[in-house]
Design a binder for this molecule. Structure first.
Ligand code: ADP
Ligand code: MG
Length: 701
């Protein structure tokens, strides 16, 4: 059946009048035959078995029986009436019960004629009953295009109240199948079907709606999931390839003085293998004629900064400017100070631009950016303002990416004739499956190795009732010359309360750690940037031993002598936040500790989060757990979750299928970039159709 036919408006299907068409469109987004065909059931009721009445158990399960109605009576009850039918087979009897719709049922029910009934069984007053059964004459039942596994379609309150029940939906699908005679164009190439022993498209669609048995159902699901993921991957990979062929970047053809001098003489440490590999990947991108669009993932402390610097030096070597944008003022300042120090001997001009940069220096920066004498600009969102004009921005690096929206990223593009190369760095590892789905069009580099000599942070979970012991431990560590973070949650919705908690906490800590023996810093979001910085600096210089803070210190702050992280109300933090916070310690030579404080009442998820933190410090493993707990939509934020709006596949559960889909998409495009080979005709057609009829791909920006 050709695809044009499947684009027929749903209004034309037999059994769908204007009212139903409206409802289907509004409630289920079903506009065409195709949409209905792709309404995949959520679950299936196993109707392979017909029970005998004497086999019934008091389990409340849904069962299917064959028998006859022998009596029908109306029973008066407190409110209204109920209609009761005695239903029996050769082994016993039960009652069928209706609380509404009596008239219609009384007029249509046939006495002493075999029926198939299906429904939940109740045990009441010494007899089984089945309220509002699904029922059908045995004769019709046997004739129908049907399956033993009854599909349950996604539905809405409104649909069922307006009479579009599951049964009606199934019936519509059946009508559609009869109309097209169950023949559907194949959408995957033959060689793939054969190699992976997949059901044909027609078989798969048939068995997803009318499965004959569990085996066929599962084969149908497998085939349709693979297909769904395959086309998403095909799109993403193609986008990446098109991007590379169409979007020109500045080719940084040479590695020059800046890079070489730094690499040979000023590298403060030996790079890890992972850092070397990633730098190679970036060099290759920068040297090509295409614009780089690369995501650099690396756990906290894996050493992304040096990679960023080396990449910027390549830009400078080729006569271009570079910028590095971070999500907070504190981080920008830290990057700035760190980079200035690293570039000490290189004679490079670097500036910092944030919201609190004074007007006079701001003007200076604007001027020098424009005339090109300023080579590296570091800062916050302030970099995105229209007045910030580069002479020739060649590379833009964005640290801690998921705090910046896609739109903001795009803004950097508009600053040039050619878009600058883009390197996005993120410290929150994204599970590979998610990365493949959401960032499948970006190139991804991973630093999966920590610099040598790092000790794992010892992590424990302690209840609030053990606080005194924890304080004693902190005193011991401070006596050894270490510093301590104590972090409080700050969630926007309960900001006032959280703020109070922070202040109460600060007070009790001040009492426990009194002056003059102890000095305490406090940093939170309500403070002026200058005050924050002042306090951070005191802590950094070791003038204070304890830093009480909200999550403003979450990202990137680097103070190697701080070796203890106490997280208050740890149950309220998400996994990735906990992991980020823990990453603040373990940066120096000393053994570091992370203490997760909670009350005794913990939800199941909270327990899993805490156990995970205690068990592992592998960011990727933590990210996998997070994905399972929260689901992909929550992790990526609603904006991007469109990509994850899958019909049948589930990127968490169908991990293996996703990997296969991606590798198949790669190899198809590699062997046949234009999809012009005869064996790929189905791919080309499906691909064109997907992009033509439903622009479901647009959300991938
Ligand atoms: P992140 O990936 O979290 O941004 P940083 O770049 O801040 O990590 O690096 C964390 C710390 O590790 C810094 O103090 C940095 O100097 C140090 N570091 C980075 N790479 C190495 C290395 N190869 N060997 C030793 N120390 C390193
Ligand atoms: Mg960093």
């Amino acid at each position: 059946m050709n695809s044009i036919f499947l684009q027929t408006p749903i209004d034309y299907l037999k059994g769908v009048g204007p009212n139903r068409a409206d409802l289907l469109k509004k409630e289920l987004d079903i506009f065409t035959y195709q949409d209905l065909l792709n309404l995949f059931p959520n679950r299936y009721l196993d109707r392979t078995k017909y029970y005998k009445i004497h086999e019934l158990q008091k389990t409340n399960a849904e069962v299917q029986l064959i028998g006859k109605i022998t009596h029908l009576k109306t029973v008066q009850q407190k409110r209204g009436k109920r209609l009761v039918a005695t239903f029996q087979d050769e082994t016993g009897k039960i009652e069928l019960v209706w609380f509404r719709g009596h008239k219609w049922i009384q007029e249509n029910l046939k006495i002493n004629v075999p029926y198939v009934v299906f429904g939940k069984i109740n045990w009441f007053n010494g007899i089984f009953s089945m309220p509002h059964p699904d029922m059908e004459l045995l004769e019709t039942h046997e004739k129908k295009l049907r399956s033993a596994m009854q599909p349950i379609y996604p539905s809405t309150e409104k649909l069922s109240s307006k009479g579009i029940s599951n049964r009606v939906l199934h019936k519509l699908v059946e009508t559609l199948f009869l109309e097209v005679q169950a023949k559907f164009a194949e959408t995957l190439p033959n060689y793939i079907l054969q190699q992976y022993k997949l059901l044909s498209k027609s078989e798969a669609l048939f068995n997803i709606h009318f499965p004959k048995n569990q085996e066929l159902l599962s084969a149908a699901q497998y085939r349709l999931k693979l297909e769904e993921l395959f086309y998403i991957q095909l799109q993403l990979i193609r986008k990446n390839l098109v991007h590379k062929s169409k979007i020109k970047g500045y080719p940084f053809s040479k590695i020059g003085n800046y890079f070489n001098t730094f690499y040979k003489n000023h590298l403060p440490f030996e790079l890890t293998q992972a850092q070397k590999r990633v730098i190679k990947e970036i060099r290759k991108d920068l040297g090509s004629k295409a614009q780089m669009n690369r995501l650099l993932q690396g756990d906290v402390g894996s050493g992304k900064t040096i990679v960023a610097l080396l990449s910027m030096l390549i830009a400078l070597d080729n006569g271009f400017q570079a910028c590095l944008m971070a999500p907070t003022e504190i981080l920008s300042v830290q990057h700035y100070n760190g980079l200035v120090e690293l570039c000490n001997n290189l004679n490079i001009s670097i500036s910092l631009l944030t919201g609190s940069t004074k007007t006079s220096s701001r003007r200076e920066i604007h001027k020098n950016l424009k005339n090109g004498s300023l080579q590296i600009l570091i800062g916050t969102h302030a970099l995105l303002e229209d007045v910030v004009q580069f002479k020739n921005l060649g590379l833009a690096i964005i640290d801690e990416q998921h705090r910046f929206g896609v739109a903001q990223r795009a803004k950097l593009w508009k600053k040039n004739t050619f878009p600058p190369h883009i390197l996005v760095m993120t410290a929150t590892p994204i599970p590979r499956t998610l990365a493949m789905s959401v960032y499948g069009d970006l190139d991804i580099s991973i630093i999966d190795e920590l610099p040598p000599g790092r000790k794992t942070v010892k992590t424990v979970h302690r209840f609030d009732s053990n606080r005194l012991k924890v304080f004693r431990f902190l005193k011991n560590e401070i006596a050894k010359g270490r510093q301590v973070y104590i972090v409080y949650p700050l969630i926007q919705e309960s900001e006032a309360l959280d703020y109070k908690d922070l202040m109460d906490g600060y007070e009790s800590i001040s009492r426990e750690f009194p002056l003059p023996n102890y000095q305490i810093s406090i940093v939170h979001g309500k403070m002026k940037p200058a005050d924050k910085e002042f306090e951070m600096n005191r802590f950094k210089k070791g003038e204070t031993q304890i830093m009480v803070a909200t999550t403003v210190i979450e990202v990137g702050v680097n103070i190697p002598n701080a070796s203890v992280m106490v997280i208050e109300s740890a149950e309220r933090f998400g996994l990735s936040q906990l992991h980020q916070l823990r990453g603040r310690v373990g940066r120096g030579a000393d053994q570091s500790y992370c203490i997760l404080m909670t009350g005794h009442k913990l939800s199941g998820d909270a327990k899993i989060r805490l156990e995970t933190m205690v068990r592992t410090s592998d960011g990727f493993e933590i990210a996998e757990v997070d994905l399972k707990l929260r689901g992909p939509g929550d992790i990526m934020g609603t904006k991007q979750s469109g990509v994850l709006n899958l019909r049948i596949a589930d990127i968490v559960k169908d991990h293996e299928i996703l990997k296969l889909a991606r590798s198949l998409a790669f190899s198809v495009l590699k062997n046949d970039p234009q999809l012009s080979k005869p064996e790929n005709i189905p791919v080309k057609q499906t691909f064109l159709q997907l992009t033509k009829y439903k622009n479901i791909w647009n959300y991938i920006s």
